[in-house]
Design a protein around this ligand. Structure first.
Ligand code: MN
Length: 750
C-alpha cells in the first residue's frame, strides 16, 4: 500500500497568492539565519535568491509547486537543522540552477566568488552521477565523498537536499520512491548519523519506512498515538518526586519524553520478532538542565543522584558520555531505572547545550563556544573535522560503504596510552587495531603489546580503561592472518595496502622469471600470450599469475606444459558478468508494450524466481532484480534485502507486478508463538490444512518449557488469503501471535 501520486493536470494557480507565499518563505529563511549573519551577508543571500528565482521562474516540481520552494527549503534546512552559515545558504539557493537553467558556473563565480561556485559545481556533479543511475550507487557515494567534495559543505547541502526530497517524495512515481528511499536508508541516514545529525537521521529513517511499507508505518504511528494518554500519566507520576528535588537545586530544568522513532520501533519489532506492545523501551525520559558550561557536569551528576535515590538503577546500563563524549560529539548521562510499577525506564540527563548537539551535531557545538562573529570561523574548524571523519584508506567502494556503515553502529571503548593519554576506539578493537591507530609503521611492525603491564598477543581485544603499550620489531611483516585480527576499517585498509605492496614485489620477481622462461621457449610475452597464460593457469589477473610464479606456486615444470597449450576457439565470457538488463527490459516491452514484468504470465519471455528471503505472494508490492547467475528474482518492496539491492544496483531492478489470475499458489512463511498446551500443534495444523485447504510445505516447532514457537512454510493464493489464515490461527486457543517472517539467512541475493 502506498499513496498514489497526486495528479496535477488541471492546477489553477493564483499567481499573486503564490508570489506572496514565495516572499513569505524567503523572509522566514532570513529570520532563521539572522543570528549567524555578518555584515553584507543578507545582501548576498538576497542576490542568490533573486538569481535562483529568476532562473527557475517557469519551472514547477512534480507536486505542482513553484520550483523555487525547493532551494528555499534546502537553504532553510541548512541553517536550521544542520547549523550552517551564509556560504551554504547561498550555495543551497543556487544548487540546481546550473543543471536546470541557462545560468553557468562562470556567472556564479563572477557574482558570488570561487568558493561558492566550487560548492555549486560539486553539487551539480553529484547530481549527475546519482541520476545517471547506471553504475553502482556505492561507487557514486564514495565519489561524492571524496572526488567532488573538497569542501564538506557539498556533502552537508546534499544531505539537506535529500531530506527535502524525501519530505516531498509523495508526488514521485512509485519506482522512484522505492529507489530514492532505499538509497536514503542505505547511505544518507548512516551519513547523517556519522555526522551527529540525529534529528535528520531519525526523520530520514521514518520517511524510508513510510514510503516502503506504509501500512506498518501507519500501524506503529497509530499505536504510539493510542498509548499516549496512558504513557503521559505514567511519566507524570514517575517524574513528580524527582522534579521537586531538582527544584531545590535552583537550576532551570525541562523534562521531556519523546517516544522512540517509528523506524527504531519497527526495527526492534522485526529484529526481536516481538509485537509493538512488547517493545519495553518505547520512550526515554530526558531531563534537560540550563546551567553555565563550567557547572554542567556537577549538576548532571547531582540530578543522577536524585533520580537513583528514588528509583533503583540497573548497574549495567549507566553510560557516562559527559566525561568522555562519543566520537560524533554526543554528550549525555544515561541510566536505566526501575519504576514503581516494575517497568524499566531510561533516563537521559543532559544540559541544553548537550541536547542541541545531540539533535544537530557539531554545528551546534561550535555555536555555543563563541558569539556569532566567530561562528563562520568555528564552522570552518568543524568542517575540517567532518572531512577528517570521512577520510578513509584506499578501500574499494563497496568495502568502504560496508565499513562506513558498520563503524557507525559500533560502541566505543576508552583506553589509555602509557603516558595516560585517553584514546577512543571501537568496541571489539584489538591491540593491532590500536597500533595502526597510532601510526602505520607501528602497526606494520607490531609483534605484541603490554596491556595493564601484562604481555598479550596482537589479536588481544581491548576493554574499557585498559592501558596499552605496543611492542614492535623491525623484523616484523604483516601477513594475511592480520586481516582477521583487526576490526577497524583503517587498520584493514593499511594491512591490505602493505600486503598489496608485498605482492607487487613478489610479482615483479615473477615477471623476470616468466620472461626468462618464455625466452628459452622462444615465445614473446605479448598481450595475447598473457591472456593465454591466464587462461591456461586459471588465474583471474596478471598480478595473480606473476605472484604465483614469483612464489614458485607455478614452477618451471608447469610453465613448460604451457608450450603445448592450444587456445580454445570460443572465447568464454567471464561467469560473473551481469546480464544485460536493458535487453531483458526490451524483450518484456516487445512482448507486452509495457516495461513491467507480469508475474504469472511472462514466464515465456524471461525466467524469474520468487526470492526465498522474503517469499512474496500476490498482493505484495514487488520488484524484479536481475541476479548474476540465477536470472530474475522477485522481492517484496519491504524485503530486508531491498535497500541494499536498490541502493547499490538500482540499474538491475525491473518493474514487476502480479497478474490478476488467482489459481496459482505461492510459498510463504508464518511464525506462530503461543503458550504450550497438549494438542496445540494439532489444532494449528488442522486450521491450516483442513479449514482453509492450504497446502503446508514444512512445519517446525520448538518448545521451551511453557512456550512454543513454530515456523510454517505454506502455499497461499495472495495476501488476502494469508490474512484470513492469520486471523483464524490467532483464534486458536493458546496462540499469542502470528506473523509473516523474512529469513535473511543463507540466500545470496545479488
Ligand atoms: Mn535539489
Amino acid at each position: 500500500m502506498y499513496l498514489e501520486p497526486k495528479k496535477n493536470s488541471a492546477v489553477v494557480v493564483d499567481v499573486v497568492e503564490e508570489k506572496r507565499e514565495i516572499i513569505g518563505r524567503y523572509r522566514r529563511l532570513l529570520r532563521k539565519a539572522k543570528p549567524v549573519l555578518r555584515e553584507g551577508d543578507a545582501k548576498l543571500i538576497k542576490r542568490a535568491f533573486t538569481m535562483a528565482m529568476e532562473a527557475h521562474k517557469n519551472m514547477r516540481r512534480k507536486s505542482g509547486e513553484p520550483y523555487i520552494f525547493h532551494p528555499l527549503s534546502v537553504a532553510e534546512i541548512c541553517v536550521e537543522e544542520v547549523g550552517l552559515g551564509t556560504t551554504s545558504i547561498v550555495a543551497a539557493l543556487l544548487h540546481d540552477v546550473v543543471e536546470d537553467t541557462d545560468i553557468q558556473l562562470l556567472d556564479i563565480e563572477r557574482i558570488f566568488g570561487k568558493k561558492i561556485a566550487k560548492i555549486v559545481d560539486g553539487l551539480t556533479k553529484i547530481r549527475g552521477v546519482f541520476e545517471a543511475g547506471t553504475s553502482a550507487q556505492a561507487e557514486n557515494f564514495r565519489k561524492m565523498l571524496f572526488t567532488l567534495s573538497e569542501d564538506v559543505r557539498v556533502i552537508l547541502i546534499k544531505l539537506a537536499d535529500r531530506l527535502h526530497n524525501m519530505r516531498t517524495l509523495e508526488s514521485m512515481p512509485r519506482n522512484k520512491q522505492l529507489r530514492v528511499s532505499s538509497e536514503t536508508i542505505y547511505l544518507y541516514a548512516p551519513l547523517a548519523h556519522r555526522l551527529g545529525l540525529n534529528a535528520i537521521k531519525t526523520e530520514l529513517e521514518d520517511l524510508y519506512l513510510r514510503f516502503t511499507d506504509y501500512n506498518t508505518y501507519r500501524d506503529i504511528a497509530n499505536k504510539i498515538d493510542e498509548t499516549k494518554t496512558s504513557r503521559n500519566r505514567f511519566i507524570k507520576q514517575f517524574v513528580q518526586p524527582i522534579t521537586e528535588e531538582i527544584e531545590k537545586l535552583n537550576v532551570d530544568c525541562e523534562i521531556k519524553s519523546r517516544p522512540k522513532s517509528i523506524y527504531s520501533i519497527f526495527n526492534k519489532m522485526r529484529k526481536q520478532n516481538i509485537p509493538f506492545e512488547e517493545v519495553y523501551d518505547l520512550f526515554a525520559i530526558r531531563i534537560i538542565l540550563d546551567t553555565p558550561i563550567e557547572q554542567e557536569k556537577s549538576f548532571c551528576w547531582q540530578v543522577y543522584s536524585i533520580v537513583t535515590d528514588y528509583y533503583t538503577p540497573n548497574p549495567d546500563r549507566l553510560r557516562d558520555w559527559i566525561s568522555t563524549p562519543k566520537g560524533n560529539g554526543y554528550e549525555s548521562l544515561h541510566t536505566t531505572v526501575m519504576a514503581k510499577n516494575g517497568q524499566w525506564v531510561e533516563v537521559q540527563i543532559r544540559t541544553k547545550r548537550m541536547d542541541e548537539i545531540a539533535e544537530k551535531g557539531y554545528a551546534a557545538h561550535w555555536k555555543y563556544k563563541d558569539n556569532a562573529a566567530k561562528y563562520e570561523s568555528n564552522l570552518e574548524k568543524w568542517l575540517v573535522r567532518v572531512r577528517e571523519t570521512l577520510e578513509k584508506q584506499d578501500l574499494t567502494a563497496l568495502e568502504f560503504v560496508d565499513d562506513f556503515r558498520g563503524n557507525l553502529f559500533n560502541e566505543e571503548v576508552f583506553v589509555f596510552t602509557p603516558k595516560g593519554e585517553l584514546k577512543t576506539i571501537a568496541k571489539g578493537a584489538t591491540a593491532l587495531d590500536f597500533a595502526f591507530e597510532i601510526h602505520t609503521d607501528i602497526g606494520a611492525k607490531c609483534i605484541g603489546a603490554k596491556v595493564n603491564q601484562k604481555l598479550v598477543p596482537i589479536n588481544h581485544v581491548l576493554k574499557n580503561g585498559d592501558q596499552i603499550e605496543i611492542l614492535t620489531s623491525s623484523k616484523q611483516k604483516p601477513n594475511e592472518d592480520w586481516l582477521r585480527f583487526v576490526t577497524s576499517s583503517k587498520a584493514k585498509g593499511k594491512i591490505k595496502d602493505l600486503l598489496k605492496e608485498d605482492r607487487r614485489k613478489v610479482a615483479e620477481e615473477g615477471k623476470e622469471i616468466l620472461q626468462r622462461k618464455l625466452r628459452s621457449m622462444k615465445i614473446e610475452l605479448s598481450q595475447k600470450v598473457s591472456e593465454q597464460l591466464r587462461d591456461f593457469f586459471k588465474v583471474s589477473s596478471q598480478l595473480e599469475l606473476l605472484f604465483k610464479i614469483g612464489k614458485g606456486i607455478i614452477g618451471a615444470t608447469e610453465l613448460k606444459k604451457f608450450q603445448d597449450y592450444k587456445p580454445s576457439p570460443l572465447k568464454k565470457h567471464a561467469p560473473s558478468e551481469v546480464p544485460d538488463v536493458k535487453a531483458i527490459e526490451q524483450e518484456i516491452k516487445a512482448k507486452r508494450h509495457e516495461d513491467t514484468l507480469l508475474i504469472g504470465e511472462d514466464m515465456d519471455v524471461v525466467e524469474y524466481k520468487l526470492a526465498k528471503c522474503c517469499t512474496p505472494i500476490p498482493g505484495d508490492e514487488v520488484f524484479g532484480f536481475v541476479t548474476v547467475n540465477e536470472g530474475i528474482k522477485i522481492h517484496r518492496a519491504n524485503c530486508p534485502n531491498a535497500p541494499e539491492l536498490l541502493a547499490n544496483h538500482g540499474n538491475r531492478v525491473i518493474k514487476a507486478k502480479w497478474t490478476s489470475q488467482h489459481e496459482v499458489a505461492f510459498l510463504t512463511g508464518l511464525r506462530v508463538v503461543g503458550t504450550d498446551r497438549v494438542g496445540l500443534i494439532n489444532d494449528v495444523s488442522k486450521v491450516i490444512s483442513e479449514e482453509l485447504k492450504v497446502n503446508m510445505s514444512s512445519l517446525s516447532f520448538k518448545t521451551d518449557p511453557g512456550i512454543f514457537s513454530g515456523e510454517i512454510m505454506l502455499y497461499v493464493n495472495d495476501t488476502r488469503h494469508l490474512e484470513t489464515l492469520i486471523s483464524k490461527l490467532e483464534k486458536v486457543e493458546g496462540v499469542e501471535q502470528v506473523s509473516r517472517f523474512d529469513s535473511r539467512a543463507g540466500e545470496k541475493v545479488s
